[in-house]
Design a protein around this ligand. Sequence first.
Ligand code: PGA
Length: 247
Amino acid sequence: MLIVANWKAYVEDIRKAKSLLATSKKLARTSDITIVLAPPVPFLGVLAANNKSKIAFAAQDVSATTGGAQTGEATAQAYAAAGATYVIIGHSERRALGETNAIIAEKLAHALAHGLTPILCVGEHERDGEGRYLAYVREEITLALEPLTAKERSQVIVAYEPLWAIGKTAADAIESNDLAEMTLYIRKVLAELLPGKSSRHSFVLYGGSVEPGNIRALAADSGVEGFLIGHATIDPFTFSALVKQLT
Ligand code: PGA
């Protein structure tokens, strides 16, 4: 199982960031969960420096191009140099700021070209009775992956994060049977984009109000290989409880 801790902008203090890293290292030593930390940009390089633990690091976003005169941007090359091996791309909080599927496709290619494993976030705003949300998610995946080569496509991790479930509580998250259905659907879409490859080869995560109270049920029969988790990862006790539920 993979747990990606998306600290978003919740962590604003290096001491807090270091204490979360220490907790994560302890958890990584005593479980076989792969923990990936996605700290805010100013902390990533500090935390990842001389990293000898099993912890991996992710950027929360990446620029769509190589370096140049782009104030405020950080490229995949710079993130890789700072110690990141993963990058979250197309998070709904970035899409809400105007990121389009075309930009997301460019970011995926850019990240892959510099050796980062992209975690592509997709998910509908709301669930309608007619299943239009399925077409919505299909389109997000297809538009992001179509411009890539087959090899590149196979390296992308898909995180299903329905917007209606993000940043709430366990009671508002998806039910595990609904997640199982969605995981299957996403694998089918990925299999169409990866001809000749079994859909079992694709890695699917879930995100949206995963907490210690629901992670075990969500992991049990849903078919996901892990979780992308926000608010429940920024308190050491809650984060420990989350990881322990899976071990
Ligand atoms: P949440 O966020 O766990 O706070 O719902 C998940 C995410 O947005 O990645």
